[in-house]
Every structure is written in C-alpha cells, then in structure tokens.
Design a protein around this ligand. Structure first.
Ligand code: AMP
Length: 478
C-alpha cells in the first residue's frame, strides 16, 4: 500500500520517498488516517516500529491547513522524555517537512536557554521539547500555548518512569482544552491508562506491538559468564565476529566508562554515552557510531532510549537491566524495520533473578550458549518456568477488598498486565523517595545525579533552573 493512499499530500509522500520508505509500517497505516481525520490516538508502539513518522507525517499535514505560527507560540507540541529523543524527533520533523513551509524548533535542557528563546520568538509550527526545559521557557514567557492545536506525548511510559508526571500535568493545565492529542507508549500500564483517561477524547487505539513481546527478527542468546570475565568476553566477541556496529548496555555510567576504556585499550574504537556526558560528547559519540568511526557504543538505558540507529545489527547486554521491560526496549534497537538483528546477554550468577524476570516477561527462555574459556565458575541457575509453563494465560487476580476510604474504581486502573510498580521496582530503586539530591546534580532531561555506579533515570520532581552549560541546539528550520 503506497503512502499516498493513506491520504498524505504529495509533498509529504515525496519526502517519505526521499527517505527510501516504500510502504507504510503497520503503525503508520493505522495511525496516519486516524490522525488526519483529527481523532485522538493512543498507540502502543516501541522504537523501531516507525512510530515517529506515524505521528509526524499526519501532524505536519494537519498543520499545513491553518495559519502559520505567531511569535512565541507553538501550534503543535511534541513532548519527549530525553534530549536525544527530542533531537531525533526534531530531525524527523525537519526531514518529513522539508517540502512544507512550516517552522520547527527543538528545546531541551543541558544547553544554553538563550538561543532557544530566540528561536521561539519567531514562533514554532512544531515545538519538540523535554518537559523541564519547556516549563522553564514558559516561566520566562518565551512560549505561550494559546494557539496550540495538537499535543503528542512520545514514549509516555518512559516519561512516567522518569518521574515527569508532575511536569506533564503542569504542562497539560496550560494548554487550551480544544486540541488533538496523541499518546505513544511502549506499554499501557495502569498509570498510562490513567493519564490517557484525563488526556484523550474518544481515542482510536492502535496496538502494533503485542505487549512485552520482543521483535521477531531478533535472535536472542545468552552467555553464562562470571562477572569479572565479562569485559574480556565482550572484547573477544567483537574481535572474533568482526562486529562493526555494536551497542552495549551497562547498568551504570561508571560501568559504561570503564568498559569503553577497556575496549579502547584492546584496539576497538569505543565511546560511552550516558547522563554525565556533555551534550556535545553525546552527539559526537552518536555521530561517530552512525558513520562507522565508533565501532562500539556503550550506553546506559536512559542515554540509549529512543536512539534512532537504523537497522542496528548487534546489541549486547553487558549487564542485565534492573527492570525487565528495559530488556525489551534494549533489544528493540536491533532487527528494526524488518532487518535481522542479534541480541546477546552476558549473564553472571548474581543476575539470575533478573534473568528470571525477563524470561517471564517475554514468555520464553533465552537460548543459553556457554563459550569455551568463559564457562562460569559460579553457575547461573536455570530460570524456573512460570506455573503452567511459558505462554500460559495469566491467572486472573482476585479483586482486592477496597481499603476503607479508598476512592472507588482505583483497582480497575490496573490493566491486568502488571501490578503498578512498587517504589522498589521503579526505574531507579536507589532513589530516595524525597528526590532531595542537590539541584545542580539534577540536570534537565531526567538524568541521574553524578556519582559512581549510580543507575540513571533519576526522576525530576522539582523545577529546574535553566542550565548555563553548552550551546543551544534548536531545529530552526527557516
Ligand atoms: P521509529 O520507530 O520512529 O524510531 O523509526 C524506526 C526507524 O524506521 C527509523 O530509522 C525510520 O527512519 C525507519 N522507518 C520509519 N518508517 C519506515 C517505513 N515506512 N519504511 C522503512 N523504514 C521506516
């Protein structure tokens, strides 16, 4: 089915053809007509499904109909959880909108606010933003929302995980009530559904990725190995297999740095990407990885989230993620847009519980391959299959008795997929509930405080001051 048959204008169909896309992906063929018809949309889709074009193309087409943006106003707002994702969405907006007279601006923290204020002065038909920086700009009168026609929440699940819910609610309260809303999320947890209920008006639901299933084109293998031997094994795998582009996940920023240094020492071009790296360093590492000068990119989950690396052949989990859903996100980097990919996990004995949680989530055991010379001294126990075996339908939970005084209907907020995360299961289990890290340690974009061995994903519960560091990057198109 060609793109034009979805109702896209010749300008957009041309831009898509220039990108080399031959036909719409499933999310695109379902979401584009609904968005063009002005409907609210709630879409379950992870990175790699073509979701960005799924909302950007019809959004741009809808915007061509109205008046161009006025000074310090945005007509469409795309909120993303991370700077990288904001930059990538903005790139897509630029690419797909190249034949249209629309102006786009991107704003995110960690870089100077002044150029962003200047860019907003000329108005933005599309504004791509991370929540904290957007609120900063609003408080400085750099942006007003009275002309807003359309809102997109991209990777809404990740925004909630990163503690952006209060910022999002603040932003929603500033928007005109008559507008089109699009919500994209890898999963629909109870929390997401609750957010959607207050946000979307009779939404069209689009679900192209069966929840928690992993991309079918990805081969998954795990190598049991002792913890201390993991760096040597990664290095050897890269050399033996002659991998030219491998994304390696570590749990901590310190671990990412250490591994990148070790690989460099072994003669492998490597770079680390995480929240303590400056925006410039991250952009450079990503550009190097894309153009082939960086062979191995070592990343933490937050830094890697939303990275648009086309058809990545190889992903390595150096550490298993603390949260099982992240495994699905991680390996979603590979086997994209129909290409085959391979995801390898190095698993040591102390990670067996994490492995069990992952195998339960993906509903299958991951194939184990012991490598000669790396057999672990400390065995990695086999995961116990869930009761009834993998793929057995989940037993319906008994409804809990409501607590006296609890608001009615709360229990139905859970969609039955998984219980709402307890604080200890949230993305950063080490975070103190009060989130009282010093201000300067919590740069915009949900990055964790600096510190050795600390996981990323620090929720951003309080307002931030604009950062003084770095240079601005606004996608000022005209
Ligand atoms: P996304 O899920 O938005 O991160 O997109 C994943 C990747 O698929 C991006 O690199 C897009 O450029 C690419 N892509 C998006 N739509 C299509 C399509 N219809 N055909 C081929 N590739 C696509």
């Amino acid at each position: 089915m060609p793109f034009a048959s979805l109702g896209l204008s010749p300008e957009l169909a041309r831009a898509v053809a220039d990108k080399g896309y031959r036909e719409p992906s499933p999310i695109q063929s379902q979401a584009i007509p609904a968005i063009l018809a002005g409907k609210d949309v709630m879409a379950a889709a992870q990175t790699g499904t073509g979701k960005t074009a799924g909302f950007t193309l019809p959004m741009l087409q809808n915007l061509t109909r109205g008046q161009r943006a006025r000074s310090n106003r945005a007509r469409a707002l795309v909120l993303t959880p991370t700077r990288e994702l904001a930059a990538q969405v903005a790139e897509s907006v630029e690419a797909y909108g190249r034949n249209l007279p629309l102006r786009s601006v991107v704003v995110f923290g960690g870089v100077s606010v002044n150029p962003q204020m200047q860019a907003l002065r000329r108005g933005a038909d599309v504004l791509v933003a991370t929540p904290g920086r957007l609120l900063d700009l609003y408080s400085q009168n750099a942006i007003k929302f009275d002309d807003l026609e359309l809102l997109v929440l991209d990777e809404a699940d990740r925004m909630l995980d990163m503690g952006f819910i209060r910022d999002i609610r603040k932003i929603l309260a500033l928007l005109p009530s008559k507008r089109q809303n699009l919500l994209f999320s890898a999963t629909f947890s109870g929390e997401i559904r609750e957010l959607a209920r207050g946000l979307l008006n009779a939404p069209v639901e689009v679900d192209v990725s069966p929840r928690n299933s992993t991309a079918r084109t990805v081969t998954q293998v795990l190598h049991p190995v002792d913890k201390g031997r993991k760096p040597a094994l990664v290095s050897q795998l890269i050399r033996d297999n002659n991998w030219h582009q491998v994304l390696i996940f570590t749990r901590t920023k310190h671990g990412a740095n250490r591994l990148a240094q070790k690989l460099e020492r072994d003669g492998i071009q490597a770079a680390a990407i995480h929240g303590n790296k400056s925006q410039g360093a991250r952009t450079k590492a990503l550009a190097g990885f894309k153009d082939g000068t960086v062979q191995a990119l070592v990343a933490t989950d937050i830094a890697a989230r939303g990275l648009d690396i086309h058809q990545l052949p190889q992903v390595v989990n150096f550490d298993l993620p603390q949260v099982a859903e992240d495994y699905v996100h991680r390996i979603g980097r590979t086997g994209r847009a129909g290409a085959d990919g391979q995801a390898i996990s190095l698993v040591c004995a102390e990670e067996s519980k994490l492995l069990q949680a992952i195998e339960k989530l993906i509903q299958k055991p991951i194939e184990r391959v012991e490598l000669p010379g790396y057999q672990p001294q400390e065995a990695v126990p086999e995961s116990r299959p869930p009761k009834g075996g993998y793929g057995a339908p989940a037993k319906p939970k008994k409804p809990k008795k409501p607590k006296p005084g609890a608001p009615e209907g709360r229990q139905s907020d859970n969609d039955g997929d998984k219980a709402p995360a307890k604080p200890s299961q949230r993305r950063n289990p080490r975070r103190k509930p009060s989130g009282n890290a010093p201000r300067k340690d919590r740069p915009q974009g949900g990055q964790a405080p600096r510190g050795e061995g600390r996981s990323e994903g620090q929720p951003n519960r309080r307002r931030r001051r604009p950062s003084r560091a770095g240079t601005a990057r606004s996608g000022d198109k005209s």
